[in-house]
Design a protein around this ligand. Structure first.
Ligand SMILES: Cc1ncc(COP(=O)(O)O)c(C=O)c1O
Length: 400
């Protein structure tokens, strides 16, 4: 066929997504108000109205990040684009960066930093365990990195890195900059950018903030901004080079690229919902509903693959019982109950189900539904579990 031949137009049907309850690692269910915001009429990317939306977003995000950083803005891309923005702008070729080896996304930080020309060194811990500050200190002594990146909530393992200030203290004692990945954390768990003295923090829109995927909030403190301004080499990405991006998000409001207007409308509404509920109340809701999922899984007979000390309420790594095909269970929970959960990644593939509890999905009814569905399917697949005990434990935990 040549392109001059006549072809029939594609006959695809109207868009009718299935009705799901999203209890995986994101995206999450979104509030109706967020969906309506995404459907609002477009304006231009430098229209006064859109500029006011950008201003509002910056203010709302400072509240969510717990920061007064002026350079708080939204990367036009998913969480990985924010990760790349942080590392590509902070690092110059030949600088050494220290990243974690104990999870899929910590390792991604290393891949991203290597593309920026950095020397990548890792601090290791087994998958399913957090980093030990003593190992971080030893890695600093050995490699003298200029930048340290860590993942506060490792979505691949369901591990929360406890005691963030202990890590920032080590890095700052060595004059290094700290980049925190809070993709499944921000707007779900207590996180305090300024109090914990973090230099750069980024997240995604589609997890605890509960907006559609496609944009990624990020914040830089003055120290980090100065390092970016003092670069001697150009950033190895045109699109993510903050010299241009900050012209759009800074006072100039100059064109750099076309802002993702509808997605930022939605993010603004999602952040407005958080502000209305109050950030502390939002954190407490995630702890309560995530705790109910944890209690339900444990009572049913499938404990979490993580110690209580570093449990991540927004992502519960539920142990796959012996003799059970995890993919089949995930498929049945979806097909028969309309609920999305996912399997393990990397070193934990086949060992855990990842049951999320984020944003608008972090609601009591969803905790009950997911534990009931998972218990029913596991029992039917021959696992030694007690679904009723799971449901009772969820109810009890929610009533506390
Ligand atoms: C901890 C962490 N960092 C980074 C990312 C990358 O985000 P995205 O998939 O939005 O690019 C994810 C995504 O799940 C994540 O969980």
């Amino acid at each position: 066929m040549t392109d001059t031949e006549e072809t029939e137009p594609p006959d695809v049907g109207e868009l009718v997504p299935p009705d799901r309850t999203l209890m995986g690692p994101g995206p999450t269910d979104v509030h109706d108000r967020v969906r309506r915001a995404a459907a609002a009429p477009l304006v231009g990317y430098l229209d006064d109205y859109y500029v006011s939306v950008m201003d509002d977003l910056q203010e709302l995000l400072r509240y969510a990040f717990r920061t007064t950083n002026e350079h708080t803005f939204v990367v036009s891309g998913t969480g990985s684009a924010a990760m790349e923005t942080a590392l590509a702008n902070l690092l110059e070729p030949g600088e050494t960066v220290l990243v974690p080896g104990n999870g899929y996304f910590g390792q991604r930080m290393g891949h991203v930093a290597a593309r920026a020309g950095a020397e990548v060194v890792t601090v290791e811990a087994p998958w399913g365990q957090p980093l030990d500050p003593a190992d971080v200190e030893a890695a600093f002594e050995r490699h003298q990195p200029t930048v340290f990146g860590f993942v506060h909530g490792e979505t691949s393992t369901g591990v929360r890195q406890p005691d963030v200030p202990a890590l920032t203290d080590i890095a700052h004692a060595h004059d290094a900059y700290v980049v925190a990945d809070t993709v499944p954390v921000l707007g779900g768990l207590p996180f305090r950018t300024d109090e914990w003295d973090l230099d750069v923090v980024y997240t995604g829109s589609q997890k605890c903030l509960s907006a559609p995927p496609g944009v990624a909030p990020i914040t830089f403190n003055e120290r980090a901004v100065e390092k970016v301004h003092a670069r001697e080499t150009p950033v190895r990405s045109w699109y993510l080079d903050l010299a241009g991006v900050w012209e759009y998000w800074g006072e100039e409001r100059n064109y750099h690229h076309t802002g993702p207007i509808s997605t930022n409308y939605a993010l603004r509404e999602a952040c407005r919902l958080i502000a209305e509920e109050g950030i502390e109340a939002v954190w407490e809701r995630h702890r309560r509903v995530g705790g109910a999922i944890k209690a339900g899984a444990e009572a049913m007979g499938v404990p979490l693959h993580v110690d209580d000390d570093h449990w991540l309420p927004t992502l519960n790594p539920v142990t796959v019982p012996d003799g059970v095909d995890d993919d089949r269970v995930i498929e049945r929970v979806m097909d028969e109950h309309g609920i999305e959960i996912v399997g393990g990644l990397g070193a934990l593939a086949g060992d855990i189900f990842r049951v999320g509890c984020m944003g608008h999905s972090a609601r009591p009814g969803n905790a009950l539904e997911v534990i009931s569905a998972l218990g029913t399917v596991l029992a039917e697949e021959g696992a030694d579990v007690d679904p009723d005990a799971g449901v009772t434990a969820v109810r009890r935990a929610l009533a506390e």
